[in-house]
Design a protein around this ligand. Sequence first.
Ligand SMILES: [Zn+2]
Length: 281
Amino acid sequence: MPCIATQCICCASSTLERQSAVLMPFVALRALGWEPCEITADWGLRDLPLGHAHALCSSLHCPACGSLFLDMRFDSAEMARLYRNYRGADYEAQRERFEPGYIARNRALLAGDAHIPQVESFLRPWLPDHPAVLDWGGDTGLNTPLRHEAGLHHVLDISGRPLVAGAIAVDAPQLRYDLIVLAHVLEHVPEPDALIGEVAQAMDEGTRLYVEVPFERLMQEIEDRTATWQRKRHWHEHINFFSPAGLRSLLQRCGLSIDAEARLALDDRGGMAMAMLCRRG
Ligand SMILES: [Zn+2]
C-alpha cells in the first residue's frame, strides 16, 4: 500500500492543506491493481448511494512554498508496476482502455521534443564545448540536450529500451560528468528529495545539474491568480505539481545552489516547463 505524505515534498513543512480527489483509473489499476467498479443495487448496501466508486485520494497543498501533490506515495513495487514497459505496447493498450486517444498522443511524444534547442541555448554558456553528459531517466536518450556535441552520452534509465546512436546505457554513474540531466522525472517520483540526493552523490564541484519539470497549466493559472489549488481534483502519473518556489526550496534543501532559471515553451498550446541549473554547495 502507498504511504500517505505528512510533510511537503519540497520544503518539508508539515503544515498542509488537503482536499479530496480521485486517483485516475489507469494509475489505480496499474500501480495498485484496483479495478474500477460500480456499486449496484445487488450489492445490497442500505446506506450507500449507487454509482461508480473511484479510488479516493487527497490533493495536498503547501501554503509555505505553493507545491501541490498527491498524498499517496507509491512504494518501489508499485512504481515498478506503474512504469513497467513505460509507453510500450501493453502500457499503451491498458491506457487506451481508460483514455481513448492515448495511443495517438503517445506516438507524437515519441517523435521527440521540439523545445530541446531552447534547452541547449540555456545550457551552452555554462559548459565546455564537448561535455560529458549523463541523462538520468533519459529513456532512449532521444531528448538529451547537447547530445550531438557531447564528448560522452550516458543514459541511466529503467525502461531498458534501445538507445539512440551514440548513447551508452549505464545502471549507475560511471565517472565525473560535466552535465547531469534530470528532465521530466521529478514529477513522477514519490520521494524527489531522495532522488536528488542520489544524483548529488555523483556530482563534484564542476558538475552542473540540469533539472526540468512541467510548469503545469494549473500552476501557471495559480501564479496568474486565475485559479486556486482547490481545482486539482484528479491525479495521474504526474504526482507532484511544482511551484517555482517549491522547486527552488527542494533543490536548496538537497544542498544545491541554483545558477540559472528559465521558463520554456513546450508547444504552441500553452504547455510550459521550468528549468533550473544547479551545482553543489
Ligand atoms: Zn512546501
